[in-house]
Design a protein around this ligand. Structure first.
Ligand code: GLN
Length: 250
């Protein structure tokens, strides 16, 4: 049986070779000129759907990087906590998903130089008695599964952590009174608050986090190319231009 499969594969490869449509064999011609990008399009303004298309700051950044290094992009939308795994398994070349650089993630992937700085924030219902981070003790906190907000919530004394697949689902649970607060990244928080006038953001911020592009551990060549490209985009003002397109000044 195995032999038969091998034979089939071989013939398939040979077929491709003869027809001249592949130069790289079983792992696909696309790997050479197309950057497979893992993201989770539930995170405005970094990645979200608009008219059935995935758009946002991260998407524009990765497209600019790819253009600079002479590659096309193929965006793959998946659950947030699959993004790193998808790079590790080689299914995706890079991940861009508002990914904060963390020690834990660095064990599994490499990170490019950071392209943005941000913070976690707390969202509560209007008129909530939670007015500071300290008030979160012993309360129920909603987070998006596997995010740095999830890690922070875990550390809050006595708190119950409710995990959702999408940030928006945590916001809905908050508005329905199922949970007392949501911990999430600042820019998506601003978007969610602007869309729902019954919730608000606390003024107090958590520590600063940095977003970067995740790349496979063995793919140092790509890492170097991406870093060089990000430097260029920073220096030329392109990165700022992209951010300004999606984030209106406070
Ligand atoms: N910055 C957070 C993290 O890396 C959240 C990212 C997200 O939800 N897309 O965990």
């Amino acid at each position: 049986m195995k032999k038969f499969i091998k034979y089939l594969l071989l013939t398939a490869c040979l077929g491709l070779f003869i027809s001249g449509c592949s130069s790289s064999g079983a792992d696909g011609a696309s790997a050479k000129d197309t950057l497979i990008v893992a993201t989770n399009a539930e995170f405005p303004p970094y990645e979200y759907y608009e008219n059935n298309e995935i758009v946002g700051i991260d998407i524009d950044i990765i497209k600019a990087v790819a253009e600079d290094i002479g590659m096309k992009v193929q965006i793959e939308d998946m659950a947030f906590d699959s993004v790193i795994a998808s790079i590790q398994s080689g299914k995706s070349d890079v991940g861009i998903a508002g990914l904060t650089i963390t020690e834990d993630r660095l064990e599994n992937v490499n990170f490019s130089i950071p392209y943005t700085e941000t913070q976690q924030v707390v969202i509560v219902n209007e008129n909530s008695d939670i007015v500071a981070i300290d008030d979160l003790k012993n309360r129920s906190i909603g987070v998006q599964l596997g995010t740095t907000g999830d890690i922070f919530a875990e550390d809050v004394e006595g708190a119950t952590v409710e995990r959702y697949n999408k940030g928006m689902e945590a916001i809905q649970a908050l508005r329905q009174g199922k949970i007392d607060a949501v911990i999430i990244d600042k820019e998506p928080a601003k978007v969610f608050v602007s869309q729902n006038n019954d919730i608000e953001m606390l003024d107090e911020d958590f520590v600063v986090e940095e977003y970067a592009i995740a790349i496979g551990k063995d793919n140092t060549e790509l890492l170097e190319k991406i870093n060089a490209s990000l430097e260029k985009l920073k220096d030329s003002g392109k990165l700022k231009e992209i951010a300004d397109k999606y984030i209106t000044a406070e």
